[in-house]
Structures are given as C-alpha cells and as structure tokens.
Design a protein around this ligand. Sequence first.
Ligand SMILES: [Zn+2]
Length: 185
Amino acid sequence: MFKELPTIKHLSHKYEDLYSNLNCPTCDREKEDHNHLWKCDDRQQIIEDIKTDLYFEILNQSNKFIKKDAFEIDAIIDAINDIDFVSIINGLIPKKLTSLINQRTNQQNTHRIIYNSINKIIHRIYEEIWKPRCKDMIEYGKKHNITKNSKRKPSSFKRNNNNHITINHQSTWNLWISMATNLGG
Ligand SMILES: [Zn+2]
C-alpha cells in the first residue's frame, strides 16, 4: 500500500512538465521513486530506529498473548532478518516469523501479535517518514515554483493532497496476510 503514495516519480507521470526534473525533496540528490522513499540517505537513521522498534514491539505483543516461554529478542531478530525490511514495510511477512510465534500459541494470537506490531510500525512510518517528507515537499515545491494553482491544469486527474493520505489498516492487513501466505520466504 505504500506503493500508492504520491512520490515525485508518481506525480511526474501526471504533471510531467512540473515534476520530471525534480529530485527527492529531502536529500535533493536522487530521483524520488518508491524505492528511494526507504533508501534515501537522509532517512536511514529513522528507518533503523523503526526496525528496532518492530523487534521490541513483537516481543512486547508476544508477552501479552503468550503467558509462558517468552521469546528471546534474538529469535525475533533472526526471524525478521530473513527478509529485507523494505519488503516487510511493503507487505511481505516472513514465514519464519509466523511459524516462530505459531509454535508457542494458536493462529489467532499469532495474527494478533503480528497485526498489532505492524500497525504500530505503519503508524510510525506515516508520522516520522511520510509527514516530514511532505513538509519537505512543500518547501521544495516553493523553491521550484510549484503551487496549488500550477497543479490544477490537467483536470482529468484528481489532485493529490500530500498531507492527507489515509491508510486503511484493515485492507492493508488483508493484503499482507494474503501476500504472506503466497510469497512469504
Ligand atoms: Zn532522498
């Protein structure tokens, strides 16, 4: 679902003359496509923080639902690191993680643990990555003379308001579950 976010690459398909020469509004060094959202040098520290938060949130949620035999954090890290974190952000849940948790509790609890943990991470991504990126975009847009009026031209397209992306957690979850079932590593 993060693939739906209106990055500059995405916008340059709609407003070619306005966006095609612009870089990432945060680093201003590379083109901003969906991959760059997660790979931008200026964002690596926060992404590492969020990744660490995911380990501890899974531990925390596991302790809530699994009464005995709590996990070691290393087991969780090992299960997650099987898959690139960017893939997890984009909806791929490592099978190793699902089966690790499933060894200790029923499937419903396993789903709750993963769902609650990832929900928290999605929230952080929205607050700490996407919102600051949109703030940067406003400044960057001003610098490059992009205003709301200049975007109005192609009337066949709905204008995107970068500050209001709603993330539908339920459909995300359904998507992620089906992806995890089909593609999990
Ligand atoms: Zn960048």
